[in-house]
Design a protein around this ligand. Structure first.
Ligand SMILES: Cc1ncc(COP(=O)(O)O)c(C=O)c1O
Length: 453
């Protein structure tokens, strides 16, 4: 009776959650869907996916047989067909604790580890656990939009601090200090970086820890690309600074083991001084996970074998492939006048390049570039706007080398075809310069604006 009365009163039975719409508007997959919908079905060439970080479809990026065997054995044993306890089965939690402790000055225990469905769920969990009405969170720009999506869905205010392109994507520490207040709940640091491929030094991470300590906030250290480094800076886990400031370390087997579809991640408290325990954060994480989902029990069962027995040569092979792919990318980009690589990545799977639309005839911005590129060349790349930087592009280089070369060749012909004729002279000069470490972006833009007046 009640519902009939309501309907009669003009109530519409259902109303969408507008927050969810705002969240998907800023997702990588949402943007890629739009770009893919512009592909030309008549193009017989293969579509080359440089838009997201999933190398697993390419034979050269096949996971190790150690992982395959571990999973097969877990299935065949028939011991892992039941529900797993909240937070994960003990041997898997213990093995993640041991795996991460190898690089830390202290030892983590199984109680510090919560298994999640990929690193994405770890992000959702920690943001939910830290949220309260009026809270805000410090998130890097450019960054990984899932943080923004989760914060927005939880009604946490997002405060972006810049990563500085002319300083190797270093954190703008002044902005961090200025943005923070008594309702700031955490600072997010992604290292190795997505989308910029930067790898922070020990000193830079120590500065993060000291800044966070001064502000009285924990660090959320997204280390999903942990150990995927191929430049001068080695990977240093943020947990090393756990005695300065409590750290939530987020990770997964998705990237290092090249199995993002297996959906096994972790949320780990690196907090030797026990601040998080004192604040009852572990029970809060459990409470959230009680309402949520576990990674599949058979994957959890495979984890100890995977983490303990994967051979160094598997990791070295991945690093060597990524390094070769990056070198190809950097060389080819030098030949493309309208995009500039300001910083050669040292880790992860992506390069961020600056797009100069002034050198193009009929391309209005990065999104327009990506849509037309998909339509004309069947190559998918991600517009920087999705990551917080308009007129930048994120190119994934973790694909097989012939496809990468093919894709970069197609991008080059696309850019040549759309080149603004009057700017060809500048084209050439930029081509010769290649990527320009340490260049000041603002002066580059100013310089170009003057050239065209
Ligand atoms: C920075 C960052 N964090 C988290 C994730 C999600 O990782 P997972 O696939 O393990 O959920 C990704 C995926 O691309 C990422 O780039």
């Amino acid at each position: 009776m009640g519902s009939l009365n309501n309907a009669a009163a003009g109530k519409k039975f259902a109303r969408r959650n507008e927050r969810l719409k705002a969240s998907t508007d800023i997702s990588i997959s949402g943007a890629l869907d739009i770009i893919r919908s512009n592909l030309n079905v008549k193009d017989e060439r293969p579509t080359i996916p440089l838009g997201h970080g999933d190398p697993s479809p390419f034979a050269c990026f096949r996971t190790t047989h150690v992982a395959d065997d571990a999973l097969n054995n877990a299935v065949i044993s028939a011991k892992f067909n039941s529900y797993a306890p909240v937070g994960g089965i003990l041997p898997a939690r213990r093995s993640v604790a041991e795996y991460l402790s190898r690089d830390l000055p202290y030892t983590l225990s199984a109680e510090d580890v919560f298994l999640t469905s990929g690193c994405r769920q770890a992000i959702e969990v920690i943001i939910s656990v830290l949220s309260y009405p009026g809270a805000n969170i410090l998130i890097p720009k450019p960054g990984y939009p899932h943080y923004d999506a989760c914060a927005s869905a939880k009604n946490i205010e997002i405060r972006h601090f810049d990563l500085l392109p002319d300083k190797g994507w270093e954190i703008d520490f002044e902005a961090v200090e200025a943005l923070s207040d008594e309702n700031t709940v955490a600072i997010v640091v992604i290292n190795p970086g997505n989308p910029c491929g930067n790898v922070y030094t020990y000193e830079q991470l120590k500065k993060v820890a000291e800044t966070a300590k001064r502000l009285g906030i924990p660090v959320i250290a997204d280390e999903v690309y942990g150990h995927l480094t191929f430049g001068g800076n080695p990977f240093v886990p943020m947990g090393v600074f756990g005695s300065i400031v409590p750290v939530f370390t987020l990770g997964s087997i998705s990237k290092r083991w090249l199995v993002p579809g297996w959906r096994l991640g972790w949320l780990v408290m690196t907090d030797p001084k026990g601040f998080l325990k004192e604040a009852e954060i572990p029970s809060s994480i459990k409470q959230f996970l009680n309402m949520s989902n576990n990674p599949a029990s058979i994957i959890q069962a495979a984890v100890p074998h995977i983490l303990e027995n994967t051979k160094e040569d598997f990791f070295e092979n991945t690093i060597s492939l990524l390094r070769q792919a990056l070198d190809i990318c950097a060389e080819e980009i030098k030949e493309i006048a309208c995009i500039t690589l300001l910083y050669k990545p040292q880790g992860s799977m992506f390069v961020m390049v600056k797009l100069n639309t002034l050198l193009l005839d009929d391309i209005t911005d990065d999104l327009d570039f990506c849509i037309k590129l998909a339509k004309e060349e069947s190559v998918i790349i991600l517009p920087g706007i999705v990551l917080g930087l308009k007129n930048w592009l994120r190119i994934t280089f973790s694909i097989d080398l012939p496809s990468l070369e093919d894709a970069l060749g197609r991008i080059k012909s696309f850019c040549n075809r759309h080149a603004e004729p009057q700017n060809l002279k500048l084209d050439k000069r930029r081509t010769n310069e290649g990527y320009l470490p340490g260049i000041n972006l603002q002066s580059l833009e100013l310089h170009e604006a003057i050239e065209f007046e």
